[in-house]
Design a protein around this ligand. Structure first.
Ligand code: ZN
Length: 281
């Protein structure tokens, strides 16, 4: 699924188009779904180039199918989501506007059930649906419009400056979401999970697992803490959100799937991730 397209070193034309269109305005309500995708695609392609992607089709397929299953019941706009697995043992995941979701192998390895992994995916899908980060990304791309314009006017081939521009756009997007955005992503995620027939309790369970790991041995592999701080409060809040769902929807939901176990077995048979995974700023 990660064909040569993502290896091509070029500035996506959509990036320029989006920048020009947005030059006068960063009101995100005026950004259409297509435009949002073009903006996100430029950043997603950059991320895909910078990150060591896991190329193992069966593992990636499971993540893609689990993600698509949640999306079907979460997003009615017709966004074309793409799910990629980064071959890094760090516990991290992020979403780029437009529907580009990256989840690290470290999340797949720490989750103990399909519903725990689904919780992370649903949270990231929530950021996309609620358009968190779109405004920051639009502003970052606007700032770099001048750089892009200069190059177009000079008739030079896109070079290092464009790469830098994209990195700035990327890092602006990667910046922490507000606590409110995090809460909102959690809130919509529990609803998506219940609709998808996946046990939303997997979400606070996974938060607890990360928190326990951090307490047992604080380590730099728990990158999710920096972008999605996990606290006892967040666990309690998520549990309270779940308590408001119809109880039969929660009771009937699947905590695990046999395909998850197969995916884990497959993952365990693969070579270890690169020792020094590059990460975005
Ligand atoms: Zn988040």
């Amino acid at each position: 699924m990660t064909g040569g397209r993502h290896r091509v070193r070029r500035l996506h034309p959509g990036f320029l188009a989006a920048s020009f269109a947005l030059a006068a305005c960063t009101d995100t309500s005026s950004i259409g779904i297509e435009e949002e995708r073009e903006m996100g695609l430029a950043v997603a392609e950059q991320a895909a180039r910078e990150m060591p992607l896991l190329q193992d089709e069966p593992v990636v397929r499971f993540v893609r199918e689990l993600g698509a299953h949640i999306v079907e019941r979460a997003d009615t706009t017709g966004r074309a989501y793409e799910f990629r697995v980064i071959d890094s043992e760090m516990a991290n995941a992020f979403a780029i506007p437009g529907g580009f979701i990256f989840v690290n192998r470290g999340i797949l390895e720490r989750a103990e059930s399909a519903s725990e992994l689904a919780g992370v995916l649903a949270h990231e899908i929530g950021h996309v649906v609620e358009r968190h980060g779109l405004e920051q990304m639009a502003k970052a791309q606007n700032t770099n419009t001048i750089v892009s314009l200069v190059y177009v006017l000079l008739g030079r081939a896109p070079g290092g400056a464009e790469q830098v521009a994209l990195q700035v756009a990327g890092s602006a997007w990667m910046a922490k979401h507000s606590r409110e955005a995090e809460r909102e992503a959690d809130r919509v995620a529990v609803v998506y999970l219940a609709r998808a027939g996946l046990d939303p309790r997997g979400m606070p369970q996974f938060f607890q697992r990360l928190l326990n790991e951090d307490r047992a041995s604080p380590n730099e592999l728990l990158a999710w803490f920096s972008t999605h701080p996990v606290t006892e409060d967040r666990i309690t809040d998520t549990e309270a959100m779940i308590a408001q769902l119809p109880s039969d929807a929660v009771e009937r939901a699947a905590a695990d799937l046999p395909q998850f176990t197969q995916m884990r077995r497959r993952l365990a048979s693969l070579p270890a991730p690169p020792a020094d995974p590059r990460t975005l700023p």
